[in-house]
Design a protein around this ligand. Sequence first.
Ligand code: MOS
Length: 671
Amino acid sequence: MTNTLSRAVGTPLARLEGPAKVSGAARYAAEYPQDQMAYAWIVPSPVPRGRLDAVLTDPAEEDDVLVVLWHGNAPHLEKSDDPELAVLQSDRIAYRGQPVALVVARTLEGARRAAQVVQLDITAEDHDVELRADHPDLHTPDEVVPGVPADTATGDVDAALATAPATVDVTYSTPALHNNPMEPHATIARWDGENLVLYDSNQHPSGIAKTLGTVFGLPVERVHVIAEHIGGGFGSKGSARPNAVLAAMGSWVTGRPVQLALPRQAMFSMVGHRAPTVQRIRIGASLDGDLTAIDHESWTQTSRLFEFVESPGVVTRSMYPAPNLRTSHRVVPLDVPTPRWMRGPGEAPGMVALECALDELAIRLDLDPVELRARSANPGYLTCLRRGAERFGWSGRDNRPRQRREGDWWIGTGMAGATYPANAMPSTARVRALGHDGYEVAIGAADLGTGARTILAQIAADELGVPVEDVHIRIGDSTLPVASVAGGSSGSASWGWAVTGACRALRESGDDEATFDTTELVGKMPTDRHAYGAHFAEVRVDAVTGEVRVSRLFGMYDTGRILNPRTARSQFIGGMVMGIGMALHEESVLDPALGAWVNHDLAEYHIPAHADVEQIDAEWLDEPAADLNPMGAKGIGEIGIVGSPAAIVNAVWHATGIRIRDLPVRLDKLL
Ligand code: MOS
């Protein structure tokens, strides 16, 4: 029904909030004026492990200071399922940068100054921050993600590897990486009587209201989380972070609204990171390239507070149908901040190892890397490989390395597959007919800057049979109907499904208002469905300096129906740009002696700048996955970073003949 009537979905509508953003009218979390606002600044632990015995401070010395909170005087919090939120509750220090005190002052400058001079009486203890594949404390987690086992095995991998005519046995490593959205985490907290109001930059207003309710012992109805505009998150804003709890605590104690905006440096400690990984991958194949066995082992780290497991092996369970397949995950708790989600958690590092190892296999077999993958590809993936190769101009490639030189530059091309699960999560939407004013569509979703608000308006317009201008979208507020997280590339599918349901219910009932909850439908959704794609890269490597430039990067995707080609393209190429960063630039360096991330700002943590991105483009098949959800959409937010780093690493080999297995590919490794 909707496909034939569709007018808005599929058109490149510009983001509805664009004018408000570029004119400065759009407000982000830290920008809501409050009466009597106070400002908070975190005092971070200067050691990675130990005990805080006392905070020695004389607030009278700093006129501005209202209070200095620490475990000796902070309000008691209830336990949530995230121990990282139990801020200022104990004397234990679990990582360097952990909040050990909070200064609240009348001015931002006063809070910052006082936080710098507060005296901490700390007993430091020996620490261990080094991930090694032979670490004695490595263990097998119960699960890597709820419901997803740490280890799997089918067939007889050892026997198949022992008898395979061709094998590779290689170890790849990926460094710790940090989410660096444009807008650092920020909260303004205010207590209206016993109701908590939070302006907070996050990916999940409904979930964060629930979590803050748990922490402060309040029913969720008494917590109001507002996240109208968000300057990115990449996973780091998917759950409540300590800043939200600290701001609420500071406001409770001082009786004033409290703003807590993290400086960029704090983004490297308390809001998560992509854990470093070491991955050994073994592949067995016939001489013509049929995969007979894959063994993918990985080692990673977590904190002492919470076991978060980066899961590179999961993607290997579904990418290629090898009859003998084994995957395993080992994790070690260290004195480091808790790792968390970062765009394509698991898949992004996992596909570095798998897709680079496949490239090494193709070289061993003297097969074209596209043809090797094509032998094992499902239909959607196969189409991406074929069309992507055609669009990129892959055919005629000389598979030998170090064959093409122009001036000082070695030129090479490489490719890799891409995938991401097609997820949807339960959500509820409400639609109201407003007479001549059109329709209000309300859902507690969050728009990270991706275009979620715009796409929901397009979906609603088509379902209601009205122009987009007649649809008023309300999102970014926990008092709206409960919605799932803006994560796991699931937002459009989850929220669009609820919006579709509510609009259809309104039309069918003829009422002025309708609400639709997708819980039951999502429970019946086909599982194990994925989006697929193929990435192609051309690099040039300076023969003298080792500098790597990505001259071309192209992605071809099978991601179901594309709801808005303009915002979709931004998601694809945004993911690919992050893939350039993962391949060449980004690396969080942990000093083993200090237990500190030493490059904790954007001057030293290098994300790709405009000059690092030359020709980049994405295309898609745009074939609706009608059995998945009413829009026929699969997620697109993460697939761009899954596989694109491997395509670049493989292209660097093709240009130079040098195989880098330790990311990022820095120029010193090529000299
Ligand atoms: Mo994303 S790492 O699923 O928020």
